[in-house]
Design a protein around this ligand. Structure first.
Ligand code: ASP
Length: 411
């Protein structure tokens, strides 16, 4: 037992993935019988969505400390978060369109559940659906967008209440820690879920499905590389006006930790240290931008949501209109904002985007087996983005020590 836990989770997951494919190939369609284990895994992840977003977002906003700071630094940071998030989803959509990773998969063996009908929402409906008319209903329906709005407002309310709000803030801080622990427990199911889902995919769908998944993984990595080395380099060079190479040298530690943990939250202390010590960002800007960013700035996840939605649409032959592309781009950005900085969060958020454009939710079970490998790279992208935004905002507001960034050798 202890030997099992001594092996890092990601290694157990990779082993489960390979074993799952082998067993599935040998077992054939009979592997359908163990899909239930995968379904339990995916359902357990879904269980976490509401409490995770609620606690982590409220405690993230409340951590800012005061409203004026929220405006000055927060405004710039939010703008960068949203703009880069939008670019990232469109990159995912573009990669998915150009390379068509989900084309040519025979899905006749998949037993379909209920496919959400494509919803032709008007702008009016969309605006109204963001307002959390009944917070309890919002939670019961797992409606992520109004939940985000509600959480932000509670966070702002806490900031406005000063001393009187402190006990409530404490509850959210503590709730957020507790939810991370619950998530860690659920994540222990990953090797079993991955094993079952991969045998099901390999056994019932054959090589074309595995090939499609391999392409999806490849494109996920390509998209992340483009975001890190093109978009962030551009930000550092043209917005922050700092030497790009020093930036990457300064965040190597955070990149390594995020790749192995697949969690922006778990990497947070390392990212903070890199930003302050190696990149010369002031403590107040670093702590605010990076802790908020760990919860809401997820460009790797945003790119992936765009890519995965197209993948699902291609696999199941759903035609998407331009209007739906725009909807995906908005929901992808918002989904990335709503995703918690923990392993598997991107997978959880897929339901939000899929449901809105009529892509079958079966796609989630289909890709869940390879999600962890993609998650690791998404997280590196997310964490590097937090550091890039912190450096840029710090440089715009005069809160960076340029000398320190350039001369830092001890990285
Ligand atoms: N694991 C990612 C993170 O912590 C989120 C995701 O699943 O995309 O940043």
């Amino acid at each position: 037992m202890t030997r099992w836990f001594a092996i890092p989770l990601w290694q157990r997951v990779v082993a489960a993935l390979i074993l799952g494919i082998i067993v599935g190939r040998i077992w054939g369609p009979g592997a359908e019988n163990i899909k239930i284990v995968g379904d339990v895994f995916v359902a357990s992840i879904k269980m976490l969505v509401v409490p995770l977003i609620f606690f982590s977002l409220v405690s993230g906003v409340a951590a800012i400390g005061d409203l004026r700071k929220l405006g000055r630094v927060g405004g710039r940071a939010m703008l960068l978060f949203v703009v880069t998030g939008q670019i990232a989803v469109w990159l995912g959509l573009w990669l998915g369109t150009v390379f068509g990773p989900g084309l040519g998969v025979d899905t006749s063996a998949i037993q379909m559940g209920v496919t959400p009908p494509p919803n032709d929402t008007t702008w009016r409906d969309m605006v109204m659906s963001i307002i959390p008319q009944s917070p309890v209903q919002v939670m019961a329906d797992v409606a992520v967008l109004p939940l985000i709005v509600f959480s932000l407002l509670i966070g702002i309310g806490i900031l406005m209440s000063g001393e009187d709000g402190a006990p409530v803030q404490k509850i959210f801080d503590s709730g957020s820690v507790v939810m991370q622990k619950v998530t860690a427990v659920v994540m222990e199911l990953t090797p079993f879920g991955v094993f079952a889902l991969m045998s099901w995919v390999a056994g019932t769908l054959g090589f074309d499905a595995l090939y499609a998944l391999a392409k999806l993984v490849g494109l996920n990595y390509l998209g992340c590389f483009l975001i890190i080395f093109v978009m962030y380099s551009g930000m550092i060079k043209f917005l922050a006006r700092l030497p790009v190479i020093h930036f990457y040298r300064g965040i190597v530690d955070a990149m390594a930790v995020s790749y192995s943990t697949a969690s922006s939250n778990a990497t947070l202390p390392v990212t903070l240290r890199c930003a302050e010590r190696n990149l010369g960002v002031s403590n107040s800007v670093a702590s605010f931008v990076i802790s908020l960013g760990a919860t809401i700035n997820m460009n790797g996840t945003a790119m992936y949501l765009g890519l995965a939605t197209l993948f699902g649409a291609q696999v199941f032959g759903v035609d998407l209109t331009w209007g739906q592309y725009f909807l995906i781009s908005i929901l992808g950005t918002l989904g990335a904002i709503g995703a918690a900085g923990i392993p598997g969060a991107g997978l959880i958020m897929m339901a939000l985007v899929f449901g809105a454009v009529g892509v079958p939710l079966e796609t989630i079970a289909f890709v869940a087996g390879v999600d962890r490998i993609m998650d690791m790279m998404r997280t590196v992208t997310n964490v590097s983005g937090d550091a890039a935004v912190a450096v840029t905002v710090a440089s715009m507001t005069g809160e960076i020590d340029r000398e320190e960034m350039i001369s830092a050798d001890d990285v």
